[in-house]
Design a protein around this ligand. Structure first.
Ligand SMILES: Cc1cc2nc3c(=O)[nH]c(=O)nc-3n(C[C@H](O)[C@H](O)[C@H](O)COP(=O)(O)O)c2cc1C
Length: 195
């Protein structure tokens, strides 16, 4: 085992910046896997909105399918693939809801129309017709006319607190490089993996 204790969050920050500068359409796109308490997985695309030593944060509806699964089984996996720089990062860990204050602050940075959508959408629930949703949006728009649109209680952030982070770099002839960091007794240790 290579006992390199370099911080993987720092390495992630370098790769994230490299992806941002690569000219790809959106380097914040990530895949998030959750599972039911029976272990049945589900996967969807989300946007990574912030990260630091405490973890990786995304925002969503607390009433939707992913949030339901995270509530009954608080573990998740994230995968980000940046094709322009031929790199992939995989993150696994426990999840927690971020504080209401943090969600409130982020919510206010969103465009007004997105904030309205968050009030109206009953994410992942059955919708009778698109027209019904458009009508509900119009009603909510009228209700908030001239007022600040604050965060609805069913919308907010989740943080994935990493326990394992793997960095994958494309190599010629499939001789890829994989470095994995795992948290052991509160400290990060790293090792290389066969591709
Ligand atoms: C590029 C892209 C970015 C997305 N970003 C988000 C996001 O940040 N938050 C979110 O709740 N849904 C986002 N979605 C929609 C999700 O993929 C998904 O449809 C939705 O969250 C419902 O998932 P669930 O039913 O598993 O809860 C995004 C979809 C795409 C294609």
């Amino acid at each position: 085992m290579n006992t390199n204790t370099q911080n993987p969050i720092g390495k992630f920050a370098i790769w994230f910046k490299e992806a941002k500068n690569s000219g790809m359409i959106d380097h914040t796109v990530m895949m998030l896997a959750t599972a039911t308490k029976e272990g049945k997985p589900s996967l969807r695309t989300l946007l990574l909105k912030r990260f630091d030593d405490n973890g990786f944060v995304f925002f969503t509806n607390y009433g939707g399918r992913k949030s339901h699964e995270l509530s009954e089984n608080p573990h998740a996996a994230i995968c980000m693939h940046w094709d322009k720089i031929e790199k992939q990062v995989r993150i696994e860990g426990r999840v927690e809801k971020i504080s209401d204050k943090e969600s409130d602050e982020y919510f206010l940075t969103r465009p007004r129309e997105s904030r309205l959508g968050a009030w109206v959408s009953k994410q992942s629930q059955s919708l009778e017709s698109r027209e019904k949703f458009i009508k509900e949006l119009a009603d909510k728009r009228a209700e908030f006319e001239g007022k600040e649109i604050t965060r609805p209680p069913q919308w907010g952030g989740w943080r994935v607190i990493p326990e394992r982070i793997e960095f994958w770099e494309n190599g010629q002839f499939r001789i890829h490089q994989r470095e994995v960091f795992t948290k052991e007794n509160g400290a990060w240790v790293s090792e290389y993996l066969y591709p």
